[in-house]
Ligand binder design. Structure first.
Ligand code: COA
Length: 295
């Protein structure tokens, strides 16, 4: 996944795609960026066309209806989609099934979204047609934002392995390898969950259950998605699962200097039970043992 940094804040990059990149997708780009700014979402949008010529101006009516929405897209020039974009962007939002079909060979299907169930091409229409198109785009983007803003949690599958490895690399000095993570899929004691947010694997929780004991092997959330309640939600679900499986308590180790994680565990009712000396390496540090009793 590409992480695009602006003012030290990482953004999810969305590419809107239509045919010519002169009518629908520049409008999408402008509307999305305006809403993202207003809602302070970690999202940035650009646009391109699947059958575009480079350098064409935005169509007159797209520019006018955007202007009426307080958005200036006059400087936009069309550009064709290319394979670098397939690497550069995190999500690809298209206007029709045929656009989706054109992308399928280059981009994983789960990263392609049809905006608002489909946005008809206003090309050749009058201002009213374009105004109607902008309204549909705006509604489609509202739907997209609320879908991306949901925190959705699912049990880890093979498809999540690379996403979790990326979270590990971002969060830890000694990250788990993909092979290490994959081996947990075969471990009958393992319960691993992935939180999806803004269309990507944003965080994960790994636990091991043996008899009536649950051990939290790890929990991590990508930096750009922190303080949105993702870890809290993952832990709530993990604890629920441990209780359902008859666990008497849940326990974990955390670096004594890891104030954020300790605050998270305290908030969720974990108590400090003692320390393990020099438990961690890179850098060497004691571990705090924290436990939550279910009885
Ligand atoms: N400062 C103080 N308290 C914090 C905090 C911070 N930066 N981040 C989280 N918390 C505490 C707060 O009590 C917070 O509740 P509040 O927002 O109502 O005040 C609570 O944790 C829940 O926060 P949440 O938004 O769910 O946490 P998160 O999704 O940002 O993830 C971590 C928290 C610790 C998992 C995340 O910072 C992370 O991935 N860190 C790196 C990996 C790591 O250290 N994992 C723990 C290994 S033991």
């Amino acid at each position: 996944m590409t992480v695009y940094k602006r003012k030290e804040v990482a953004f999810v990059k969305i590419l809107f795609l239509c045919s010519g990149n002169t009518c629908r997708s520049p409008l999408c780009e402008g509307i999305m960026n305006k809403k993202a700014e207003e809602l302070k979402l970690p999202v940035t949008a650009e646009s391109a066309g699947l059958a575009a010529f480079p350098g064409d101006e935005v169509s007159l009516f797209s520019r006018l209806v955007a202007e009426k929405m307080g958005i200036d897209i006059s400087a936009h020039r069309s550009r064709p989609f290319n394979l670098y974009m397939a690497e550069e962007f995190d999500l690809f939002v298209v206007m029709s099934e045929s656009h989706k079909a054109a992308l399928k060979d280059f981009i994983p299907e789960e990263k392609i979204i049809i905006l608002g169930g489909g946005i008809p091409d206003p090309y050749g229409g009058n201002e009213e047609v374009y105004s109607d198109c902008a309204k549909r785009i705006s509604e489609g983007i509202d739907e997209l934002i609320s879908k991306l803003s949901e925190i959705r949690i699912h049990p880890m599958t093979e498809r999540d392995v690379s996403g979790i490895a990326e979270i590990e690399r971002e969060c830890f000095s000694e990250p788990w390898t993909e092979e290490g993570i994959r081996s947990e899929l075969r471990n009958e004691n393992a319960r691993f969950f992935v939180a999806e947010f803004m269309g990507e694997a944003a965080g994960y929780l790994g636990m091991h259950i043996v008899l009536d004991e649950c051990y939290i092997a790890n929990i991590a959330v990508k930096e750009k998605f922190r303080r949105k309640g993702i870890a809290d939600k993952l832990l709530a679900l993990g604890e629920e699962r441990a209780k359902e499986e008859g666990c008497a308590f849940i326990t974990l180790e955390v670096r004594v200097s890891n104030e954020k994680a300790i605050a998270l565990y305290r908030k969720r009712g974990y108590n400090e039970m003692g320390e393990r000396k020099n438990f961690y390496s890179s850098p060497t540090e004691n571990a705090l043992i924290m436990t939550k009793d279910f009885q």
